[in-house]
Design a protein around this ligand. Structure first.
Ligand SMILES: [Fe+2]
Ligand SMILES: [Fe+2]
Length: 348
């Protein structure tokens, strides 16, 4: 099995397990090259962010059976249990400040255990198959929002605060009848009106707690849109809390890429296309751009399945059309921006 390693974490004398291309699709390093300081300099010169190396310990195992992933999954499920207990404690007003802090610290510990934002996305991407609860969604949104904050140049304090904002953004959903939350079909207009109250209800639950104001505002404002078309208050632009603008992007991305009872997960490249087409009217442009550019880079060198049945490796990002990268398949280089009838169906 090949694993993705950021350039800064590479050790000399490792064998590179993929062909590496520059921005003009020219081959700069061939698969099987030993990493010397000269090769490393060349990778840095071309601003390559990571390469693949052969995993020594988990050869041929699927990613979800690797030691790293099994440990991540265990820690992750522990955290979602703590979140569930904390949410119930908040609703019943029995939670202590220490307990709340412990839950947040556990999540922060997992988040900070990763050396690169790309490896967190890899892990979250593979958690998809295991659960679809509000608690898993909450942890995902927290981690994705923190990463967007990091990409956007927020301070470490703000990055960690975004993690908490994500953890608690949907707490109000626990006050919505479960038959609406778990309904396998599309909600009726009346049911949707009830669902929408989770934002105000979440704010109500958090309002009494001694926590940062941004966490409370994110629960209230994470469904607002910058053009005023969101809910509950129809706020516009600068009326929306800056942290909530980031939570909104993380929230939509996670909700769309998750498996739902009534549909499979939407491929991240389709979600990126949705964001590219409509995102700039609805979400903050600064954060949207930072998110799209970086999320695409996180999938560079991923193996993908195309709608024409072929599979290949994403070798280059098309900066003018982020959802349509160039894929190396067999002996072909398929530019998806020029082959609009072919799309990415699945990322492995
Ligand atoms: Fe929500
Ligand atoms: Fe959400």
């Amino acid at each position: 099995m090949k694993i993705k390693i950021p350039i800064e974490d590479l050790k000399l004398n490792t064998v590179i397990a993929n062909d590496v291309y520059n921005e003009d699709s020219q081959l700069i390093i061939t698969q099987g090259t030993m990493l010397t300081s000269k090769v490393l300099d060349r990778l840095k010169l071309f601003s390559v962010e990571y390469v693949y190396i052969a995993s020594e310990t988990d050869d041929e195992k699927p990613f979800t059976e690797t030691e790293d992933f099994i440990k991540f999954k265990k820690d992750y499920m522990d955290i979602t249990d703590s979140i569930q207990k904390s949410f119930n404690g908040i609703i019943e007003k029995t939670i202590s400040e220490e307990e709340l802090e412990q839950t947040v610290s556990k999540c922060l510990e997992l988040y900070t255990s990763f050396s690169s934002s790309y490896s967190i996305f890899d892990m979250l991407h593979h958690m998809r198959d295991f659960s679809d609860s509000t608690f898993v969604h909450s942890v995902n949104v927290g981690m994705i929002a923190a990463i967007i904050g990091r990409w956007a140049g927020k301070s470490e304090y703000e990055e960690h605060l975004l993690l908490s904002c994500g953890l608690f953004h949907d707490i109000g959903k626990l006050l919505i009848p479960s038959e609406i939350i778990n309904k396998p079909d599309k909600l009726t207009p009346d049911e949707f009106e009830i669902m929408k109250t989770h934002a105000q209800k979440g704010y109500g639950l958090l309002d009494d707690l001694n926590i940062n104001d941004h966490i409370k505002k994110c629960a209230l404002m994470h469904h607002e849109k910058i053009n005023g078309s969101g809910y509950p208050q129809g706020l516009k632009g600068s009326q929306i809390d800056d942290f909530a603008k980031i939570i909104t992007i993380a929230d939509i991305y996670d909700a769309l890429t998750a498996t739902r009872v009534y549909r499979g997960p939407i491929c991240p490249f389709d979600v990126i296309e949705i964001f590219e087409n409509d995102g700039f009217q609805l979400y903050d442009t600064r954060y949207m751009l930072v998110f799209l550019q970086n999320i695409i880079n996180s999938y560079l060198h991923s193996q993908v399945q195309l709608s024409n049945g072929e599979s290949g490796e994403i070798i280059m990002v098309n900066t003018n059309n982020l959802s349509k990268p160039i894929v190396h398949s067999g002996n072909d280089f398929i530019d998806l921006s020029e082959n609009k009838n072919i799309k990415i169906n699945k990322i492995f």
